[in-house]
Design a protein around this ligand. Structure first.
Ligand code: PEP
Ligand code: MG
Length: 581
């Protein structure tokens, strides 16, 4: 009997094949007392385990082929760095000495404490960093317990052609397994912003995460169909289903290679409305992808990555070097740099700001521009660096989370001040550098006309706009059913912002996830969106839909959409509209 299971499709494509299950470490750690005269020997045992873990990771890193993206090796480097970190290396030593306990127990206590800190974090990216701690701690525990490395780490072809199934996979696992020829993977754990999901997209293998209880129902050598686009796994499919999916797989391959042809085509509706299609950058490696898909520029460059996994913030020179490099790769395409969007629980050092205290409602707390205005030492070096870099190519500044005019004016004053400093020192910069704002707070969307009068452009951050409009935490699974891009309130706020931009004659783009979801493309055209910024992996699919749409027909539906009473009504209208070829 065929079983269908649903998870989160994080990397598109269909894979059909047999499974190999990678069992999770089940490490039972117990406390034992170490006598006073043996404490230093126990400390050395711990330190030797750390050295061995470093050696193992370096060996894995050396097996990554040269042509693999540098950021992928960077994930392993991050684990190596953790093995140098005082929190993971010195603290357990202190615990061994203070508690007189075994190295495994000290490491487990410290690992659990670090994981608890990451668990509390609001930012989904930072929260998934607990996976890294877990990974490094488990590797060291295996060494301390004299367990052999896991089977997928063996440099052979045992996994070639298989679909891998695991409770969780680390970035290092994923890279090694892709190198060893796996065709796809499924994990029980994880979300779309986990490293593993990011890697799957970048490595181009179909993948599903968050498929709960997968290990309970799927065994080694089971035949499965994995649809990474829709997040579906079919276990033990019958011949009819198999043939059906084989056809779909071929169609999908043809569809993807067909999309590649669109790369150099203009983005324009069938009736001649040009649409600007830019790309979002989350990590530096995405720049290459931007060029590969022929994006018109970068509409959102998230700069938070510069602040992550480190004790101190980057200085002006580091910002500058990063932006100049990005501008060079883009070779004349415009780059929209979003200023820092960290806050409250998302400090660059993870836990030590504000004495380690976490805000009760971090999403409503001191984040993004609010934090930047409170901490000019974080903000000014970034702004100065952007201005200095602006002589190297077209750059724009985008301010996140604006909620009132006062905030915007404070930012503009700092910018004016920075410009005079640069003038005084005869440092050149682009005097026409555009400054825009993200509309992601409902208050700003309602008053978008006010912002449009003072800024050069606006960009709709729908991820946050939906969160704040619906009063739900965007990372809380328990209220995710309320995260509704089609809610009439959301659509009216989007429309209001687009209208404000049109009247003030400034461009308005959308860089939230909604812009990159194919099912919403025509709806957004209906509402009057003319600039999209999407992840490079979905850019060509969005271009295809735009190029097959008629703006004239879609704009006839605007009023009907805006007067819909609920999202169901909107969905019904759009199902019809989306079905038109
Ligand atoms: C958004 O809120 O839509 C957005 C693009 O910003 P982020 O997802 O980084 O908060
Ligand atoms: Mg946002």
């Amino acid at each position: 009997m065929t079983i269908a299971m649903h998870g989160m499709g994080v990397s598109r494509g269909i894979a059909i094949g047999k499974t190999q299950v990678i069992q999770r470490d089940n490490l039972e750690i117990h406390e034992s007392k170490i006598s006073g005269d043996m404490i230093e020997a126990e400390v050395r045992r711990f330190e030797n385990a750390a050295t061995t873990a470093r050696q193992q990771l370096r060996a894995i890193r050396n097996r990554i082929p040269d042509e693999t993206d540098a950021d992928i090796a960077g994930f392993i480097d991050a684990h190596l760095l953790m093995l140098e970190d005082a929190a993971l290396i010195h603290e357990p030593v202190r615990l061994i000495r203070e508690l007189g306990c075994n190295a495994e127990w000290a490491l487990k206590l410290q690992g659990d404490a670090l994981i608890a800190v990451f668990d509390e974090m609001h930012d989904p990216y930072l929260r998934t960093r607990k996976d890294d701690v877990n990974y490094v701690v488990n590797r060291m525990l295996r060494i301390l317990l004299n367990q052999s490395p896991q089977r997928h780490e063996a440099p052979d072809n045992r996994l070639t052609g298989y679909i891998v199934l695991a409770h969780d996979l680390t970035p290092a696992d994923t890279v090694l397994m892709q190198h060893n020829g796996i065709t796809a993977f499924v994990t029980e754990y994880g979300g779309p912003t986990s490293h593993t999901a990011i890697l799957a997209r970048s490595l181009g293998i179909p993948a599903i995460v968050g498929l709960q209880h997968a290990l309970r129902y799927i065994n080694d050598e089971d035949m499965i169909i994995l649809d990474g686009t829709h997040g579906v796994v079919l276990v033990a499919p019958d011949q009819h289903t198999l043939r059906h999916y084989e056809k779909l797989r071929e169609q999908d391959k043809r569809y993807v290679s067909g999309l590649a042809k669109l790369k150099s085509k203009p983005t324009v509706t069938l009736d001649g409305t040009p649409i600007e299609l830019q790309a979002n950058i989350e990590l530096p490696r995405d720049f290459t992808a931007v060029m590969e898909v022929g994006a018109a520029g970068v509409g959102l460059y998230r700069t938070e990555f510069l602040f992550m996994n480190r004790e101190s913030p980057p200085d002006e020179e580091e910002h500058y070097a990063t932006y100049v490099k990005a501008i060079e790769i883009l070779d004349g395409l415009p780059l929209t740099i979003r200023t820092l969007d960290l806050g409250a629980d998302k400090q660059f050092d993870g836990s030590r700001q504000n004495g380690g205290a976490l805000a009760a409602n971090p999403a409503l707390g001191l984040r993004a521009v609010r934090l930047c205005l409170k901490e000019p030492a974080l903000f000014r070096p970034q702004l100065r660096a952007i201005y200095r870099a602006s002589v190297s190519g077209p750059v724009r500044i985008m301010i996140p989370m604006l909620s009132n005019l006062h905030e915007m004016n404070q930012v503009l004053e700092i910018i004016a001040d920075i410009k005079s400093e640069l003038d005084e020192k005869n440092i050149s910069y682009d005097h026409n550098l555009q400054v825009g704002g993200m509309i992601e707070v409902p208050a700003a969307a309602v008053c978008a006309d006010v912002f449009a009068r003072h800024l050069d452009f606006l960009s709709l951050g729908t991820n946050d706009l939906i969160q704040y409009t619906m009063a739900i935490d965007r990372v809380n699974e328990e209220v995710s059913y309320l995260y509704d891009p089609l809610h009439p309130a959301v659509l009216r706020l989007i429309h209001n912002t687009l209208e404000a931009g049109r009247k003030a004659n400034i461009p308005v783009s959308m860089c939230g996830e909604m812009a990159g979801r194919p099912q919403f493309t025509r709806l957004l055209l209906c509402l009057g969106l003319l600039q999209f910024s999407v992840h490079p992996s979905s850019l060509l699919e969005i271009k295809k839909i735009i190029n097959e749409s008629r703006m004239g027909q879609l704009s006839l539906l605007t009023d009907k959409i805006l007067s819909a009473g609920d999202s169901q009504e909107v969905a019904e209208i759009m199902t019809l509209v989306n079905s038109v070829q």
